[in-house]
Design a protein around this ligand. Sequence first.
Ligand code: GRF
Length: 192
Amino acid sequence: MVKLTGLKKIKTAVFISGTGSNLKNLVKFSKIKNSPISIDLIFSNTSKAKGLKFSNQFNIKKYVSSFKNYKVAETKILNVLNKENIKFICLAGFMKILSKNFIKKFNGKIVNIHPSLLPKYKGLDTHVKAIQNKDKVAGCTVHFVTAKLDSGKIILQREVKILKKDNPISLAKKVLRQEHKLYPSAIKKIFN
Ligand code: GRF
C-alpha cells in the first residue's frame, strides 16, 4: 500500500459512470489540509456521466474512454494514469468491471464504495434486495478491489436502519448520505 510520505498528498484518480456525488464529496475532502489524497484525475467510461461536470467546477483533469473494447480502454487509461503519476484509484459509482490485468498493475491501490453491508448483496440492486429480504439494517462498504466482484478486503462500513416506510429509493438516499461520511473515513484509515 502507498504510504503518505512527508506532506505530499497521494495523487488519486476517481472513476465514475454517473452522478458523481461521492466524487464531489471526495474532492471536498481532498482539499482539507490533512487529507492524505489529492484528486488529480476523473475518469469515466461514458461522456454522459453527470459527475464529469466536477472536472470544470474543481479544475481537475478528466478523461473519458468507452469500455466497448475494455482492453483498448484500459491501455489508454493506464497511459493517462502513468502520465499523471496517479498512485491511488477510488471507484465511485463506476459501472464497469476492471480486468485482472489492470487490477494487478494497481495492486492494493484501488478501492471501491458499495451500497450494501458486504459480503451481503454483491452486484446491483442492493437496496431492492435488502427490502425484499426484510432486513432491519442496510449500509455501505468501502473495500479494496480484487478481480472477484465486490469481494476484496473490507476497510470500513456504516449501517443505516431500514424503517417500515422505506422503499428502495428512500433507502438509497439514506445510504448515500452515509457513503459520503464513509469514503473519507476509509481513506484516512488506509493511510494512517
Ligand atoms: C453509490 O451508491 C455507490 O455506492 C454505487 O453507485 C452509487 C454512485 O453514486 N457504487 P454517485 O455517482 O457517487 O452519486
